[in-house]
Design a protein around this ligand. Structure first.
Ligand code: FAD
Length: 375
């Protein structure tokens, strides 16, 4: 016998847990389903830290969304009584006319954000952990910082449950189909009916939409934590902000202060294309050596022993903006793939927008960057 819900949310990672929370707090009857038990380390929302930043180099239109996200994360922290966000400040470092610095500056100027421009010498003097090339500059923004993704997902799920959502883990969704004006969802354990469906399945999104030609690609991304070989104090969060580097045109690395597990650093993009079901989750010695060489160049004191490494997945769109839109032929089905390696910080805003769309068919949150734009 099929159970009736207002909305079924498939995938309870960053976006699905936010959506379930937002729907449940509005009094909707929500069923959330996940193939594993989030927070888990098989998708895109693990690895201890995510960057949140306001002077958004990708496009100034993200700035109002990230400003709303700051409020929502702080609200969630209070409601769930759990630290989720640590403001360390942030540096966007690269050539003055590069994508990163010029883009961050454009957003900062357009939205009148507090920021400073720093020369390479000023970066070295203020942040001794960092060793930029002489021709690099930085946009310093004081509000950037670190989100703790596993705690964020756990808090969103806890709040969803507190507001009455039914969350069922270790229950993979096999398929869904329209059923009258609503949907029917079939899982490994049963079948459920609802008025609407939200697909927030991260790297598995395409497998749940076999009839659509979605230009989403999954990339294998590797993360590294190094033990500083000297001057460990320079990597403390009070002295070392989050940092992004455009080390060559359109090529980026990023890193975090040492929060007790070593200095985390990684490449943004450049991962190999992968299948989420068969992805290689081992990090090889040559990959570690390549990353240590980047760390040795820009954070030389951090290039000590590897503490640990992990594999995570980016789900990329061709233009690296998100996809958050109703299904093109079934308006009761919403699709959300906000990744391309920068979606985490927006999770509560995406959750609000999806809850708006599921309950009212529209949202005051500006989603115009994220609609259907693929042929
Ligand atoms: C290495 C790395 C670094 C990143 N750094 C940043 C950063 O610094 N700042 C930032 O803002 N963003 C960052 N991102 C991006 C951000 O983490 C993602 O945008 C975000 O995690 C995507 O969340 P999601 O909910 O779409 O996917 P996920 O959190 O992976 O959730 C998808 C869920 O769907 C479930 N699922 C899949 N298929 C099914 C099925 N058939 N049935 C039931 N459940 C299913 C999965 O089990 C999973 O729990 C980074 C991403 C990676 C990988």
């Amino acid at each position: 016998m099929a159970a009736a819900f207002d909305t079924i949310v498939v995938g309870l990672g960053a976006m699905g847990s936010a959506t379930a929370h937002q729907l449940a707090r509005r009094g909707r009857r929500v069923l959330g389903l996940d193939r594993w038990t989030p927070p888990h380390a098989f998708g895109s929302s693990h690895g201890q830290t995510r960057i949140i930043r306001e002077a958004y180099f990708e496009d100034p239109r993200y700035v109002p969304l990230v400003q709303r996200a700051y409020e929502a994360w702080r609200e969630l922290e209070r409601d769930a009584s759990c630290p989720l966000l640590l403001e360390t400040g942030g540096l966007m470092i690269g050539p003055p006319d590069g994508v990163l610095v010029a883009g961050a500056r454009r957003s900062a100027d357009q939205h009148h954000l507090r920021h400073e421009m720093l020369t390479a010498a000023e970066i070295r003097a203020r942040f001794p952990a960092l060793a930029p090339d002489d021709d690099m500059v930085a946009v310093w923004e004081p509000r950037a910082g670190v989100l703790f993704p596993e705690a964020c997902v756990a808090a969103q799920l806890a709040m969803a449950r507190r507001h009455g959502a039914t969350l069922q883990c270790d229950e993979p969704v096999l398929r869904w189909q329209p059923s009258g004006d609503g949907v029917r969802v079939v899982t490994a354990r049963g079948a459920y009916e609802a008025a609407s469906l939200v697909l927030t399945a991260g790297s598995w999104t395409r497998s749940l939409l076999p009839d659509l030609v979605l230009p989403l690609t999954v990339a294998r991304q590797t993360l590294y934590w190094f033990t500083p070989q000297r001057n460990a104090g320079a990597f403390a969060p009070e002295r070392c902000p989050i940092h992004l580097w455009e080390h060559a045109r359109g090529r980026y690395i990023y890193g975090f202060p040492d929060l007790g597990e070593g200095v985390k650093a990684a490449r943004h993009h450049e991962g190999t294309i992968a299948d989420p079901d068969t992805i290689d989750r081992e990090v090889r010695a040559e990959e570690v050596d390549a990353m240590r060489a980047m760390v040795a160049r820009y954070l030389p004191d951090a290039a000590g022993a590897l503490r640990w490494a992990a594999v995570c997945m980016y789900t990329n769109t061709p233009d690296e903006h998100f996809l958050v839109a109703p299904h093109p032929t079934h308006a009761q089905v919403l699709i959300a793939s906000p990744c391309s390696g920068h979606g985490f910080k927006f999770a509560p805003v995406v959750g609000e927008a999806l809850a708006d769309l599921a309950t009212q068919g529209r949202s005051s949150i500006d989603l115009s960057l994220f609609g259907w734009r693929f042929t």
